[in-house]
Design a protein around this ligand. Structure first.
Ligand SMILES: [Zn+2]
Length: 360
């Protein structure tokens, strides 16, 4: 493959907004002026967006085939998400690593849930005694992360309830850590959280059940939070669907949703690091990380932090370079300042992945 000639991108570079000329040479960034460079685009330059909670290879019914998965990845990419932390997939998506035209991918392996306590065809459904074994297995299968389903509706209790006893969760977290993997968990309610945070879980997904004491514990332990606000906005639908058969569950979901903005913002104010996740594929469409940045701003996060949660801060968290000298040229260009008008995130001027302008 022949490399394109040296390209110049010009404009304010976020996060600091300093106007610069950014050159792309052999897929990498340099700020050293390059003779004969063509100006490829001008505008606001943002480090490649990050979707920290997304599901490639899943749709409403379970695993998707490779063609459908490819289209999901293209949709995410064209929405500016050039790094994806896949928060659980029932399909083997390792092949995406071999595709230079698709986003960088950090896989969590397959979700691990309690038997008959999650969306059908999504998870390994296991008994408490087997949880640690599966955690170790998915730690070896994934890219440094595993995903547990922390809580889900219990039909016996008629309410949201932890998927496993706290000691089973602790053994699973220890098993994954022993394999060198980090652990995250789907958590809507309160009950599952104290045990997970005390056991040293690395990240909480959703986190609507957080309380002040647990937020303090997250700060003390360095636990991260990916709220997926767009997914939380579906709680009223879950409540309505459960109303007849599971009124207690409906009340719990309604209550969690009423407190949701205050809960997430309390974590933010306390200093819990928060990252943006679209939950694409988890009964949501792909390619909409912009929507999650807007949702974070809607609940009260300043625009600079909300965009950082979907870009430079998330890249740093996940160990991927931003727009430093010599880094892979992964960035998005917008024709106006996204910090002043987030709607521009939906219409990038250029999406550059590994130095190549992709999509559009
Ligand atoms: Zn999800």
């Amino acid at each position: 493959m022949t490399r394109p000639p040296v390209q110049r991108y010009r404009g304010p570079v976020l996060p600091d907004g300093e106007a610069r000329d950014l050159y792309v040479v052999d897929g990498h960034i340099t700020y050293e002026p390059q003779a004969g460079a063509d100006t490829a685009a001008e505008g606001w330059i943002v480090p490649g967006l990050v979707d920290a909670h997304c599901h490639l290879g899943l749709d409403d019914f379970g695993p998707t085939d490779d063609a459908a998965t490819e289209q999901q990845a293209i949709d995410d990419r064209d929405g500016g998400a050039l790094l994806i932390r896949d928060a659980g997939s029932a399909a083997d998506t390792r092949w995406i690593h071999d595709r230079d035209d698709l986003p960088r991918l950090i896989r969590c392996g397959r979700h691990i849930a309690a038997t008959k306590r999650y969306i059908r065809n999504y998870a390994h459904e296991v008994e408490p005694a087997d949880l640690a074994t599966y955690a170790a297995q998915e730690a070896r299968n994934g890219d440094g992360w595993i995903k547990l389903v922390g809580d889900w509706i219990s039909r016996d209790e008629g309410d949201l309830a932890p998927s496993f006893p706290a000691e089973a969760f602790r053994a699973a977290i220890d098993a994954a850590h022993a394999e060198g993997a980090k652990v995250t968990a789907h958590c809507f309610g309160h009950g599952v959280l104290p045990g997970l945070i005390e056991a040293g879980i690395d990240c909480i997904e959703h986190g609507t059940g957080l309380t002040e004491d647990l937020i303090d514990a997250m700060v003390a332990h360095g636990t991260r939070l990916v709220p997926t606000v767009m997914q939380l906005d579906k709680f009223p639908e879950h409540a309505a669907a459960g109303q007849e058969k599971f009124p207690a569950y409906a009340r719990t979901m309604t209550d969690l949703y009423a407190r949701m903005p205050a809960t997430i913002m309390a974590a933010y104010e306390a200093g819990v690091p928060i990252y943006a996740g679209s939950d694409g594929g988890g009964i949501s469409r792909h390619g909409n990380i912009a929507g999650e940045v807007e949702a974070l701003v809607r609940i009260g996060m300043p625009a600079h932090d909300a965009l950082g949660a979907a870009s430079w801060r998330a890249r740093e968290w996940l160990g991927v370079d931003g727009l430093t000298e010599g880094a892979s040229a992964d960035f998005v260009v917008y024709d106006r300042n996204p910090l002043e008008d987030l709607s521009v995130l939906r219409t990038p001027t250029a999406v550059v992945l590994r130095g190549v302008a992709v999509g559009s």
